[in-house]
Design a protein around this ligand. Structure first.
Ligand code: CDP
Ligand code: CDP
Length: 221
């Protein structure tokens, strides 16, 4: 039997930071599904495709090779880990991720990557759609202001965005689109453990998740 850990939540809640560390601690594979939607969006922008051309975008999702290696993401063999974090990708990604066919293609890829492995997977629909049988389902949240502050600091340290209000606006728009879309909207399941991280440090969140998993596996790890 393999262990699947799902971590969902809105932008900037700390999912990927904690998911990566938890995967390291447990020696599990980390799968960043948001990076996959970002990679397709990056290609759509690069090829100058209009966001309304949903069939063309789905073709791109179908015909692109996406591979994850640790924290890196490769699109058609090229490392695009830096490019996919650019603000123009963040601005458009929710328009790409709401397309039903794109989701079907990426969900299939995500399940294939997770097959036969112990994984920590983070995203928006992991517990609800991608891995509904996951043994652990976490939903991380934090106030909008706190999430925007976190993302602003992160982007600034990578020289990617300097305007706090733009970051706030982006997160607000994406939250709205991601939670209100028809296909696999952002939400938690009845079994999800919801954790508000607004006043918690990264370490505190990690400890909470690790202890719950350790307890759940009763000494198997
Ligand atoms: O890191 P951040 O929270 O900014 O976003 P992300 O996890 O990189 O995801 C980028 C976008 O991809 C989200 O705003 C969603 O529109 C979409 N996404 C999704 O629809 N389903 C997922 N499982 C993961 C991401
Ligand atoms: O994946 P998601 O969009 O949910 O968030 P992230 O990409 O992990 O970004 C969260 C940022 O907030 C990172 O720069 C973390 O260092 C920081 N942070 C956190 O993740 N958790 C806390 N409890 C506090 C800060």
């Amino acid at each position: 039997m393999t262990i699947k850990i799902a971590i969902d939540g809105p932008a900037g809640a700390g999912k990927s930071t904690v998911a990566k560390k938890l995967a390291n601690l447990l020696n599990f594979t980390y799968i960043d599904t948001g990076a996959m939607y970002r990679a397709i969006t990056y290609k759509v922008i690069k090829e100058g495709i209009d966001l309304k051309e949903e069939d063309k975008i789905a073709e791109i999702a179908k015909n692109s090779s996406i591979t994850l290696e640790g924290e890196k993401i490769f699109l058609d063999g090229k490392d695009v880990s830096y490019e996919i974090r650019r603000p123009e990708v963040s601005e458009k990604v929710s328009y790409v991720s709401k397309i039903k066919k794109v989701r079907e293609i990426l969900v299939e890829k995500q399940r294939a990557i997770a097959e036969g492995k112990n994984v920590v997977m983070d995203g928006r629909d992991i517990a609800t759609v991608v891995l509904p049988d996951a043994q652990f389902k976490f939903f991380l949240t934090a106030s909008l202001a706190e999430r925007a502050k976190r993302r602003y600091n992160e982007l600034k340290s990578k020289n990617l965005q300097i305007d706090y209000l733009k970051v706030l606006e982006d997160i607000k728009n994406r939250d709205k689109m991601d939670s209100q879309r028809k296909e696999s909207p952002l939400k938690h399941t009845d079994e999800s453990i919801v954790i508000d991280t607004t006043y918690l440090s990264e370490q505190q969140v990690l400890d909470k998740l690790y202890n719950i998993v350790k307890e759940g596996l009763k000494g198997d790890i």
